[in-house]
Design a protein around this ligand. Structure first.
Ligand code: AMP
Length: 502
């Protein structure tokens, strides 16, 4: 296969931080020990810039791409600043919430919380995570016991405030992680409500992969004289990711995905679909082709999503087919490849998607499939990342005629997929691009008209995926900060904070 590949170069020079050590920042020995446990040797460029500024107590506006190490960039100095308050008292009053980290998604909250837990493990500081979709009781218990660092999604945080299980009157540091995502997801009113609950004297840190006018407005409304940190040009794609655009006919995309997976012998890949139903169908197609695949999207329960991620991490699943909403905030270090089954309706989502690979300096492949009708989406992406793609042909790919497609395996019927409630796209954006000039295949993610035949599999009642431990009772297994993650059986993408847990 002779791929024509195009490398994206960002024009900002990434500073060399190999001569800088974490000990240069004056971090405590307990934090340095935790970093060495994690296997970190040198700070990443965003860390080298952010840590000293946050330690000075300054507000920060960070233009941080995914995978740059921004989580440690803000959490290490926060832990250092809070060390003065660390104590082993059993009294909740001695452990007020002093730092609040807001994230747009449950998965990101969980991952940030895992990192914070790891970095503070040798200190007496307490941290916990709260997010929706699971029982509130264990979160309530953790909050009532007293905790210095809370990582939360906005909605559930407000639920706790309303139930008076959380008091933010002593919160001295606020972090908004993936602020652009929070605005995209309509969290602005919640953010404003939360900001109003905090003391006016506080330090504010805001991180965002992209900087729209809206984000700048939000930043100017609550950041005080911020230092802007920018490691790479905003709206640029990770420069260590090789990006390839393959032109294929719409109806042959599922076969093209299995062809790429086979040809490249991919053992761990996230495939992005614009729609929930498209994700489910593609996962099923891949399963029929003998690829271990699972879909994660907004119609899956929190436990189903967690179980799928865990299976992916353990290597039991090779391919996660995800929508943007479901994949948001997934920190998957060393993921070698992402595939865009659909080009995203929002060019910004392209940046987020390909940021799932090539994280923290590792190299990665981002492969996208597009068809004639996607030309406009492709041009939007090119404008955003300021790069013109070579439109490549997927050489060696011979799509199977429809009648040769394997019949659905029994297992696919039992794989616990929830019945999709519709084919609603999870990404925002104009719908004009959804019009198609092609005959629609059973696999395209364009909306299905009522008259079209609907696969009866999607009309089957929901059968939950059991008996994984994760699926057995959300309450008892509600993930908390630092929830233990089994080490992978073999070296695979390490979810949640890079270095495997010890
Ligand atoms: P983040 O951008 O914060 O999501 O981090 C991306 C990944 O890089 C995570 O898996 C981190 O554990 C890892 N990471 C963060 N800082 C470092 C570092 N200084 N050295 C090596 N890996 C790191």
């Amino acid at each position: 296969m002779s791929d024509i590949q195009s490398e994206i170069q960002t024009d900002s020079a990434v500073p060399d931080t190999s001569a800088i050590r974490f000990s240069d920042f004056g971090l405590s020995a307990d934090i340095l020990r935790a970093l060495s446990d994690q296997g970190y040797v040198n700070p990443t460029p965003i860390q080298a810039q952010a840590i000293p500024i946050v330690l000075q107590g300054r507000d920060v506006m960070g233009a941080a791409q995914t995978g740059t190490g921004k989580t440690a960039g803000f959490s290490l100095p926060i832990i250092q600043l809070l060390l003065a308050h660390a104590n082993t008292s059993a009294s909740p009053a001695r452990h007020p919430v002093r730092a609040l980290i807001l994230t747009p998604t449950r998965e990101l909250a969980d991952q940030v919380a895992d990192n914070v837990k790891a970095y503070s493990r040798h200190t007496a500081l307490r941290s916990t995570v709260v997010f929706g979709g699971i029982d509130m009781a264990p979160q309530t218990a953790a909050l009532r016991a007293g905790v210095e660092i809370v990582i939360a999604t906005p909605g559930r945080l407000l639920d706790h405030v309303q139930q008076k299980t959380l008091n933010l009157s002593q919160t001295q540091i606020l972090v908004m992680d993936e602020a652009d995502r929070m605005l995209d997801m309509g969290f602005l009113p919640d953010l404003q409500r939360i900001i109003n609950l905090l003391p006016t004297e506080r330090q504010n840190l805001m991180f965002s992969a992209t900087f729209s006018g809206e984000i700048k407005k939000l930043a100017s409304s609550f950041l005080k004289n911020p230092v802007t940190i920018e490691v790479a040009r905003s709206n640029a794609t990770a420069d260590n990711v090789t990006q390839t655009m393959y032109r294929v006919d719409d109806g042959t995309k599922p076969d093209a995905v299995s062809h790429i997976i086979r040809e490249r012998n991919l053992k761990q890949v996230i495939v992005f679909s614009n729609t929930k139903i498209g994700a489910s169908k593609l996962a099923r197609h891949l399963e029929n082709e003998g690829v271990k695949a699972s879909a994660i999207h907004g119609d899956k329960t929190q436990n189903e999503r967690m179980a799928a991620l865990e299976a992916f991490k353990q290597g039991e699943i090779e391919v996660l087919v995800a929508t943007d909403v479901a994949a948001r905030g997934l920190d998957i270090a060393e993921l070698p490849c992402v595939i865009n089954f659909d080009l995203p309706y929002n060019a910004e989502d392209y940046v987020h998607r390909i940021g799932r690979t090539g994280r923290a300096g590792a190299s990665g492949d981002a492969i996208s499939l597009y068809s004639e009708k996607d030309e406009r989406l492709l041009v939007d992406i090119e404008k955003m990342i300021k790069h013109k793609f070579v439109r490549a042909e997927l050489t060696g790919f011979v799509p199977k005629p429809a009648f040769e497609r394997p019949a659905r395996r029994e297992g696919a019927e039992r794989n616990g997929e929830r019945r999709d409630r519709g084919d609603r796209s999870e990404t925002r954006g104009s719908s004009s691009e959804r019009s198609t000039h092609h005959t629609r295949s059973a696999y395209t993610s364009t909306p299905i008209s009522r008259k079209e035949k609907i696969d009866p599999w999607f009309l089957k009642p929901y059968e939950p995926t059991v008996p994984t431990d994760a699926a057995n009772g959300a309450a008892s297994n509600a993930p908390q900060a630092g929830a233990s993650i089994k080490p992978p059986k073999h070296k695979l993408a390490a979810l949640l904070g890079g270095a495997p847990k010890r």
